[in-house]
Design a protein around this ligand. Structure first.
Ligand code: ZN
Length: 402
C-alpha cells in the first residue's frame, strides 16, 4: 500500500507523480557478461510528492533490492568533476578555519572529495567514513604525518573523538529511506561538540524538471530534494541552515550551517515557491511519456538514415536513458564511457556493451551523432572527439543540438 502521508511534514496530501513499473535498481553496477546484465534486478518507482512541503520520495522503494559490492562503480574520472571538487574545497577552506583541524566526510564513498581537499590543503586532516570505502585506511598528504584516515563502516558516534571543524555529507541523503532519522543520528553523534559547522549536498529535483531530464529518476535515489524541501529536512533535524546554493550547472544543491540544539519544526519553506514547484511537477508528469517516445522516434529516424548513434556517459544518466529509449538495444550503436572499469562491460537490463571513445573511429565512413548525457562534460567530450579526428554532430538527451 502506498501511503499518502508525507514522511517529512506528516500532511496527508502526497500525490503520485513519476511512475516506472520496471526501473533497474542498480544502474552503476558493472556486469562483465551480457546474460548477467540482462537479468539485472528491477524495482517499482512511484515518486510521491507532498504539496505542503515539496518533499518527494519513491513510495515503493525497497532497500533489499540494492546490494553494493566490488562490482558497483559510480566514479566519474573526469577533469570537469575534479575541477568541481576543487572549487568546493577552495570555498570551504576560505569559509572555515580548516588548517590543522579535522574534517569528517560522512558517506565519503571512495574518498575522492577528501583526497582533493587534502591535496589542495595538506594541513587539513580528513576522516572519511563509508561502508563501501575500499583502499588505504591511512594516507599521508604532508611530510609530517598521516592526515587522511578512512573507516570502512557506517557512521557511528564512537568515531567522533574530537571537535571537527566541519562535517561534510555529499550525495548521501538522497539514498537514505529515512533521511531525518539519519540526520538525527549525526546530530546525536556530535552532541558532545556543539555548534559544529556542516556542509551537505544533494541532487536538485528542480533541475531535473526544468530540463525534462526523464533519465534522472533512478532507484538508488529514494529521495528527491528541492532547495526548500532540503532546507526543511535539515532544519527539522537540528541543522540550522545559513546558506544554500545551486551548483554544478544547477544540478546540485548544497546547504551549509551549524548543527545546533534548535530543531526548527516550524520552517515550512516559501508557500509560493512550493506551489510553483508543484505545478512544475504536474506539467512534467503529464509530458513525460511524450518526451521518451519523441526521443525514441528521433533515434529510429537517424537509424533509418544510416546515421551511427553513440551515447556518451554511461553512469546513472546514460544507463537509465538507454533503458527508456532503447530497451531492446536496437537503436544505439555505441555506449561510451571514459571509466575504464566500465569499458567492455554491459548495461543492466538492456545488455548494450560499454566502450572506450576510441571505438567511435569505426564510424568514420558514416555520419555520427553523439548524445551527450550530461552537458557539463560537453567541452571535454568535444576535445576527445577532436583528438580522435572525429567530427560528429552533438545533441543532448532531449534531441536538441548542442
Ligand atoms: Zn510534506
Amino acid at each position: 500500500m502506498v501511503q499518502n502521508c508525507c514522511f517529512l511534514c506528516n500532511q496527508s496530501r502526497v500525490f503520485p507523480a513519476v511512475i516506472r513499473e520496471n526501473l533497474i535498481t542498480m544502474q552503476n553496477y558493472v556486469y562483465q557478461n551480457r546474460d548477467d546484465a540482462l537479468r539485472a534486478k528491477v524495482g517499482q518507482f512511484e515518486l510521491g510528492v507532498c504539496p505542503d512541503c515539496g518533499f518527494a520520495n519513491n513510495k515503493k522503494f525497497n532497500s533489499s533490492l540494492l546490494s553494493y559490492d566490488e562490482n558497483y562503480d559510480n566514479s566519474v574520472p573526469s577533469a570537469i568533476f575534479t575541477t568541481y571538487y576543487q572549487e568546493i574545497a577552495t570555498f570551504l577552506h576560505q569559509t572555515y578555519t580548516l588548517d590543522n583541524q579535522l574534517v569528517i566526510d560522512v558517506g565519503c564513498g571512495k574518498g575522492s572529495f577528501l583526497k582533493v581537499l587534502t591535496d589542495l590543503y595538506p594541513q587539513v586532516r580528513g576522516l572519511g567514513i563509508d561502508p563501501s570505502y575500499e583502499g588505504d585506511l591511512c594516507i599521508s598528504k604532508n611530510s609530517n604525518s598521516s592526515n587522511l584516515h578512512f573507516i570502512q563502516d557506517i557512521f557511528k558516534q564512537e568515531y567522533v573523538t574530537e571537535q571537527p571543524a566541519l562535517v561534510i555529507c555529499r550525495h548521501v541523503l538522497e539514498h537514505i529511506p529515512q533521511p531525518t532519522n539519519f540526520l538525527k543520528s549525526i546530530h546525536t553523534a556530535l552532541s558532545g561538540f556543539p555548534n559544529t559547522p556542516f556542509f551537505f549536498e544533494v541532487p536538485d529535483l528542480s533541475w531535473i524538471l526544468d530540463n525534462q531530464a526523464f533519465w534522472d529518476f533512478c532507484y538508488e535515489h529514494c529521495n528527491y530534494f528541492t532547495t526548500d524541501s532540503f532546507r526543511v529536512t535539515l532544519e527539522s533535524s537540528g541543522f540550522n541552515v545559513e546558506e544554500t546554493r545551486r551548483v554544478f550547472g544547477d544540478q546540485y544543491i548544497w546547504a551549509r550551517g551549524i548543527i545546533s540544539d534548535i530543531y526548527n519544526d516550524t520552517y515550512q519553506g516559501n508557500k509560493n515557491d512550493i506551489n510553483h514547484f508543484i505545478n512544475k511537477v504536474k506539467t512534467y508528469t503529464n509530458t513525460e511519456n511524450k518526451l521518451v517516445s519523441k526521443m525514441s522516434e528521433r533515434l529510429r529516424k537517424l537509424k533509418s538514415q544510416n546515421i551511427n548513434i553513440a551515447i556518451w556517459g554511461m553512469a546513472t544518466k546514460g544507463v537509465i536513458f538507454v533503458n527508456l529509449v532503447d530497451p531492446e538495444a536496437q537503436l544505439i550503436d555505441w555506449c561510451i564511457d571514459i571509466n575504464q572499469k566500465k569499458q567492455n562491460c554491459f548495461v543492466p537490463h538492456t545488455g548494450h556493451q560499454i566502450s572506450s571513445p576510441e571505438i567511435l573511429s569505426q564510424s568514420k565512413e558514416a555520419d555520427l551523432v553523439i548524445i551527450v548525457m550530461n552537458p557539463n562534460y560537453l567541452d571535454e567530450i568535444k576535445l576527445m572527439c577532436h583528438n580522435l579526428l572525429l567530427n560528429p554532430k552533438f545533441i543532448d538527451a532531449n534531441g536538441k543540438d548542442i
